[in-house]
Design a protein around this ligand. Structure first.
Ligand SMILES: Nc1ncnc2c1ncn2[C@@H]1O[C@H](COP(=O)(O)OP(=O)(O)OP(=O)(O)O)[C@@H](O)[C@H]1O
Length: 309
């Protein structure tokens, strides 16, 4: 659906984007995760055909994006960081206004506005002016405007920054629903939790460059981070730890102070067998905890910086 090929963009002496390449398939949510100033908004502007890259190109549905490629750009729904709605219009009037700009009219427009209100969770507030909305509700309306023309690729630029928790959840739910319905989604964020929850694949971006790409599991595994399982139990823990060490996928198992600590490539794949070993040896398991490495650790490893510096 989206094929970004080695795009670069410089502003004066600032190289905002450097040879950035990635692809997004239909039904896939791809996250660009990086701190403020990493180049996410610039990349999005190039992808949506609003900025001309110095190098590289972007294809949507196999068609090259230029500032004039109306067909390919019509397949994109862009939701910019800044909210662009009319405060004096109601939610429904805003959507009708932008729907008409997209060429919708009559019953089709009415039906589409109702559908979009449902997706963004504003059906109940459709008749209220957007000036009365919270920042988060206006963000949701902004997303609704990007959805009106039934795009196949939805691009969201940090849609939850400064948003109340209820709207944040509503936005994340909508994105999950849209990608579940087959839409390709490009989602930029500096919130690791959002990337982990929403994105099938994540590209880690810093100083304009893609530092690494993959599923959360692929990214954490690639830097050698392991899952940790702590099993608290009674019984012959030393012997049990030795037996657990033999399970495929276990990197290390040690016992101390009434518990066994297991390092594993994938905790989910070994935990049942590990518990069976402890119980089978007459032990009584009282608690099990799993800790998985997160994307913060990956970012730190790759860039030497914290994601939220
Ligand atoms: N129009 C511009 N003119 C000059 N420099 C710019 C322009 N737009 C972006 N930059 C610079 O390019 C770099 C990347 O900015 P960009 O906005 O793409 O990052 P970002 O990851 O989206 O961060 P943020 O979340 O803060 O918007 C920054 O150093 C920024 O100051």
């Amino acid at each position: 659906m989206l094929d970004v090929r080695a795009i670069s963009k410089r502003f004066g002496h600032v190289q905002a984007v450097r040879e950035l390449s990635f692809q997004v398939a239909p039904g896939e949510t791809y996250g660009l995760l990086g701190p403020n100033g990493a180049g996410k908004s610039t990349a999005i502007s190039v992808i949506a055909g609003l900025l001309v890259p110095d190098d590289g190109d972007v294809h949507v549905h196999g068609e090259r994006i230029t500032t004039r490629s109306t067909a390919a750009r019509g397949a994109i729904g862009l939701v910019p960081q800044e909210v662009a709605v009319y405060p004096d219009l109601t939610a429904r009037e805003n959507l009708r206004f932008f729907g008409r700009l997209y060429g919708l009219a009559g019953a089709d427009l009415d039906a589409r506005v109702d559908e979009v209100l449902e997706v963004i969770g504003l059906t109940e507030r459709a008749g209220d002016r957007s000036s009365e909305f919270s920042g988060g509700m206006n963000r949701r309306l902004n997303i609704g405007i990007g959805l009106l023309h039934r795009p196949q690729l939805l691009i969201l630029d940090e849609p939850t920054v400064g948003v109340d928790p209820q709207s944040r959840n509503a936005i994340l739910d909508s994105v999950e629903q849209l990608s579940g319905a087959g839409m390709a989604v490009l989602y930029t964020t500096h919130y690791m939790e959002e990337a982990e929850r929403l994105c099938d694949r994540i590209g880690i971006i810093d100083e304009g460059r893609l530092q690494a790409e993959g599923t959360r599991r692929e990214l954490t595994t690639s830097i050698g981070e392991r899952d940790t399982i702590r099993i608290e139990a009674s019984g012959h823990l030393e012997a049990a730890a030795l037996a657990i060490q033999g399970i495929d996928g276990v990197v290390e198992a040690t016992s101390a102070d009434g518990s066994i600590r297991v390092l594993a490539v994938d905790a989910g794949a070994v935990i049942a067998e590990a518990i069976a070993i402890v119980s089978g040896d007459g032990g009584n398991v009282s608690s099990v905890e799993i800790a998985q490495p997160d994307l913060e650790a990956v970012f730190l490893h790759l860039t030497g910086k914290a994601l939220r510096d």
